[in-house]
Design a protein around this ligand. Structure first.
Ligand code: COA
Length: 214
C-alpha cells in the first residue's frame, strides 16, 4: 500500500524533491504525495498542482502517520527545523533517485532523511549521516563520511577518505581532494578546490581553497 508523504518547503528545492518522488513512483508506486508544508505560503495554495497543507504548526499537529521530506538547503535551518518536529506521527524516509547510484548497499551506511537526487554516484565504505542532501551529479568516493544535515550542492566531487563534519555546505562544483577532513558547520564555496584539512566553521573559497571565516 502507498504511504503518505509530504515535503517541508515549497520552493525550488521542494519542487525538485516532488519530481524525485514522482520519478520513484514511476518504478515502484511507493508514495502518495499529499502536499507541502511551508511557513510563507498560504494553506490550500497549489504549488505545481499540489496543495500547501499548512505551516510548522500544522506539521507538528499532524494526526496520521506521515513521511516527511525536509526541502531546506541550508544545513543549520534544516537542523533547527528537525528539532522542532517533535511529532511521533512523522517519519523521515531516505529517498534515492532511480537514476543515481548509491553504491555498495552492504558497505554504505545511510541515516534517516537522506535525499540522493538524480545522477549522484557513490562507491563503497561510505557513511552518510541523517538528513544529508546529496544533490544532482555529485560524486562521493570510497570510505568518505558526510556528517548529518550537510548539503552537497550539484556537481561536487568528494574524494576517497574525505570526512565532512555535520551541518556543512559544499557549494556547487566544489572538489575536495582525498584524505581531507573538514570540520563541522563549514561552508565550501562554489567551485572551490580543497587541498588540505580545515577546522570547524571554516569558509573555504577559491583554488586552492583558503579559509575566509572571520
Ligand atoms: C562561498 C559563499 C558561501 C560566500 O558567500 P558570502 O560570504 O555571502 O560571500 P559574498 O557573496 O559576500 O562574496 C565575498 C567575496 O567572495 C567572492 N566569492 C564568493 N563566492 C565565491 C566563490 N564560490 N568562489 C570565488 N569567489 C567567491 C565574491 O566575489 C566576493 O569577492 P569581492 O569581495 O572581491 O567582491 C558563496 O558565494 C557560495 O559559493 N555559495 C555556494 C552557492 C551554491 O553552491 N549554490 C548552489 C545552489 S543549487
Amino acid at each position: 500500500m502507498k504511504q503518505d508523504i509530504a515535503i517541508y518547503g515549497a520552493g525550488g528545492l521542494g519542487r525538485e524533491f516532488a519530481l524525485l518522488i514522482s520519478q520513484i513512483n514511476r518504478l515502484t508506486e511507493e508514495w502518495n504525495f499529499i502536499g507541502f508544508f511551508d511557513d510563507n505560503i498560504s494553506p490550500n495554495t497549489k504549488v505545481d498542482g499540489t496543495p500547501v497543507l499548512g505551516n510548522l504548526q500544522t506539521s507538528q499537529e499532524w494526526k496520521n502517520p506521515l513521511n516527511l521530506v525536509l526541502a531546506i538547503a541550508d544545513p543549520q535551518i534544516r537542523f533547527d527545523l528537525r528539532e522542532k518536529l517533535a511529532n511521533n506521527k512523522l517519519r523521515f524516509p531516505t529517498l534515492i533517485h532511480p537514476q543515481s547510484n548509491a553504491g555498495d548497499v552492504v558497505q554504505n551506511r545511510f541515516g534517516e532523511g537522506v535525499i540522493i537526487t538524480a545522477g549522484a554516484i557513490l562507491t563503497t565504505g561510505i557513511t552518510v549521516g541523517d538528513f544529508v542532501i546529496i544533490n544532482l551529479a555529485t560524486t562521493i568516493g570510497h570510505d568518505a563520511h558526510i556528517g548529518s544535515f550537510s548539503s552537497l550542492m550539484p556537481g561536487c566531487s568528494i574524494s576517497g577518505n574525505v570526512q565532512i563534519g555535520e551541518r556543512s555546505q559544499v557549494g556547487t562544483g566544489a572538489r575536495i581532494l582525498q584524505n581531507i577532513s573538514i570540520g563541522a558547520q563549514s561552508v565550501i564555496g562554489a567551485g572551490a578546490v580543497v587541498t588540505k584539512s580545515f577546522s570547524a566553521k571554516s569558509k573555504l573559497i577559491g583554488i586552492p581553497a583558503t579559509n575566509r571565516a572571520e
